[in-house]
Design a protein around this ligand. Structure first.
Ligand code: PLP
Length: 385
């Protein structure tokens, strides 16, 4: 008999989402905007400042997707046709696509091994080289891949040295922090995603995080068709339809109530994998480099050393698929993607190697003890046979 599918990461409702959605129905507040949108923004602001900051220095605009948030972040930083924007190569395509929407050129950068994220050394090499070619990059998109904070101090040092703003792609890292400060609050502008498989979901949605109220207001202006202050519809700028709906925001409010609990459960999944692989030579479970890092463990990642195990990650993936268990290769680096292969790239082959050897394992906060037994059996059967 085939057992139920174990997914990589699936939506996990907490229970109060429906209450907020019902309130929206009862008030007939189905349109974009409304009390849930404002409430959701306040919930996120309070969360990102660890509840400390009443007179908040963090300003959140709820949007229709993380991709929309990145698109607006680039516009707000003045990126235009012909500009160059630096972007981590190993990431989801949504980090890089908005650069193309604007007719700008992405310049891709390799990963370092500690966090899998933007390599500060290659970052500096790239900036120096692009400037020697006559173009200073307009922005740096740095990603906290799989929830692991990038090397925040080192990357910021390089960015500050050349005075280039950072867009912090925190789509996978809500709930992560570095030296006690929440991810999403480090960049000039940060972004979040609430897509279906992220750590919390609104069925689809995102947010832009600004350190100034004026940036948030400008983001909302652009996200609501850039309508000027006039009784008729008047426009002096190009606008977008990127605001989150009051219904989706209701789901988000419920999800915020269980966020920390879900982070705890994902971290438990990571510990489970650390334990399970501790007796298998040649498989590394990625974990925080030191205690400055706190990872939400959105997805747990392993790296399979074929020389030691005699097996490769693709055979393992297929084996698990045969057990109705979903595993997935890491994001294929952008500089290896057909659509981006002509774009400049600075690196040393680390992202390629991570892509060849790495695998994402089921990590959802809703996995059960029974699921973990099936995972453990599968892992042991494959690697110890
Ligand atoms: C999911 C994701 C995005 C895009 O968010 P959407 O809400 O799906 O548009 C951007 N960057 C990264 C790294 C992501 O994982």
């Amino acid at each position: 008999m085939e057992q139920g599918k174990i997914w990589l990461s699936s939506p996990h409702m907490g229970g109060t989402e429906q209450k907020f959605v019902n309130e929206a129905f009862e008030a007939n507040w189905i349109a974009p905007l409304g009390p849930n949108v404002t409430g959701f923004e306040l919930d996120i602001e309070s969360y990102l400042t660890n509840g400390k900051d009443e007179e908040s220095s963090i300003h959140v605009a709820a949007l229709s997707s993380g991709t929309a948030a990145l698109h607006l972040a680039l516009i707000l930083l003045g990126v235009e046709q012909g500009d160059e924007v630096i972007c981590q190569s190993m990431t989801f395509a949504a980090s890089a696509n908005p650069i193309m929407y604007l007719g700008a050129t992405p310049v891709f950068i390799d990963s370092e091994r500690d966090t899998l994220n933007l390599c500060p050394v290659q970052l500096e090499n790239a900036i120096v080289d692009r400037m020697a070619n006559g173009k200073k990059p307009k922005a740096i998109i740095a990603v906290h891949l799989y929830g692991m904070p990038y090397k925040i101090d080192e990357v910021k040092q390089v960015a500050d040295k050349f005075e280039i703003p950072i867009i912090e792609d925190s789509a996978e890292a809500l709930g992560s922090s570095y030296k006690g400060k929440k991810c999403g609050t480090f960049g000039e502008i940060g972004i979040l995603s609430f897509n279906g498989n992220k750590i919390i979901t609104t069925s689809g949605g995102g947010a832009l995080i600004a350190n100034k109220k004026s940036i948030k207001q400008k983001a909302i202006f652009l996200a609501t068709q850039a309508r000027d202050d006039a009784p008729h519809y008047q426009h002096t700028e190009i606008g977008y339809n990127y605001r989150l709906s009051n219904i989706s925001a209701g789901i988000g409010r419920g999800q915020m109530q269980v966020l920390d609990e879900h982070v705890g459960l994902r971290r438990k999944m990571n510990e489970f994998y650390q334990d399970t692989f501790s007796t298998i030579d040649g498989v590394t479970v990625f974990s925080e480099p030191n205690s400055d890092y706190f990872c939400n463990n959105w997805l747990t990642i392993i790296s399979v050393n074929e020389k030691i195990t005699g097996k490769n990650r693709e055979d393992f993936r297929l084996f698990m698929e045969g057990l109705n268990i979903e595993c997935r290769p890491l994001w294929k680096p952008m500089h290896l993607q057909p659509v981006f292969e002509k774009m400049p790239y600075y690196g040393n082959g680390i992202a390629e190697e991570l892509f060849e050897t790495g695998l994402c394992l089921p990590s959802g906060s809703n996995l059960t003890e029974e699921d973990r037994k099936r995972l453990e059996l599968g892992i042991n059967e494959f690697f110890k046979a």
